[in-house]
Design a protein around this ligand. Structure first.
Ligand SMILES: [Zn+2]
Ligand SMILES: [Zn+2]
Length: 283
């Protein structure tokens, strides 16, 4: 089962995060979606608490109203909102100083109508991770800064992909981490694991390739998250880079190294065998 710190969203830091809040498209966040729908209908909002670095800040949670006749299949869009002068916004601007400085400079050099398309370059990107807590109105925020990413990149340079994935899937402790890297490793692995666990829950612990949960008849759930672009190289733990597969398929993929065709959602093996993703709600 999912634990209390369930994954809600991983947001790339942009102007909105630094000023007024985060929009959360409710797609793969199954747990969040079920709990939120119970007490926050469309068009309504409520007070929530955000915990960042052990400190609690007030904010609003809004379930955005939209024309349901115009967009009949649209999922809810939840927003966490705060004021640009609020303490939380100020704190985020100070933690994400790299993004803030970059976007501010870009904004000052661009006409107003182009400002909302400003993207921080790939190697400078920073992220805000949002989790649920034991309390339904309280969310935990964790910041992954450019400095954190730099440290993780150095630590990952000599890591083995399969060992790293095993540490995510089976929550094993990394004894090789040095004191200097341990905080970053814990933070990034927690996010990676939380996204993976949410996806496993979404697929009801079944393999996206064979559609089975062979372990279920033994009363357990054994399914694994595999990174399409190896994490040790890409550092990409986004849901779109994770596929949920059974241990057999996982071993085969690492040994046979098929090429993944993203458009067709097919693993193409070097002997010509093709295997399609048959369960898909997030790729
Ligand atoms: Zn399988
Ligand atoms: Zn893998």
């Amino acid at each position: 089962m999912l634990d209390n710190n369930s994954y809600v969203y991983k947001k790339e830091v942009d102007w909105s995060v630094l000023q007024q809040g985060v929009s959360i498209p409710v797609t793969i966040q199954v747990v969040f979606q079920t709990t939120i729908n119970k007490f926050l209908p469309r068009g309504q909002s409520k007070d929530i608490y955000l915990v960042l670095e052990g400190k609690t800040y007030k904010a609003r949670l809004v379930n955005q109203k939209f024309d349901e006749r115009k967009y009949p299949n649209r999922k809810d869009i939840l927003q966490i909102r705060y004021h640009p002068q609020s303490e939380i916004a100020e704190r985020l601007r100070s933690i994400f100083a790299v993004s803030y400085r970059y976007i501010l400079e870009e904004r000052n050099s661009l006409p107003e109508n182009q400002r909302k398309f400003i993207k921080v370059p790939e190697e400078q990107k920073e992220y805000l991770a949002i989790y649920t807590t034991d309390y339904p109105d309280t969310y935990l925020l964790e910041c992954i800064t450019q400095e954190d990413t730099k440290i993780i990149r150095e630590a990952m340079a000599n890591e083995d992909e399969q060992e790293y994935e095993a540490s995510i899937n089976y929550n094993t402790v990394d004894y090789t981490a040095t004191i200097a890297t341990v905080n970053q490793m814990v933070k990034v692995r927690k996010l990676n694991r939380a996204i993976g666990e949410t996806l496993k829950f979404l697929y009801n612990y079944r393999c996206q390739i064979c559609g089975e949960n062979i372990s279920a008849r033994y009363g357990v759930n054994i399914v694994e998250s595999h990174h399409i672009d190896p994490f040790v190289e890409s550092l990409n733990n986004n849901a779109e880079n994770q596929v949920i597969i059974c241990p057999n398929h996982h071993r085969i993929i690492h040994r046979a190294r098929p090429v993944f065709n993203r458009r067709k959602l097919i693993f193409v093996y070097h002997n010509g065998v093709e295997e399609r993703i048959i369960l898909n709600q997030h790729l």
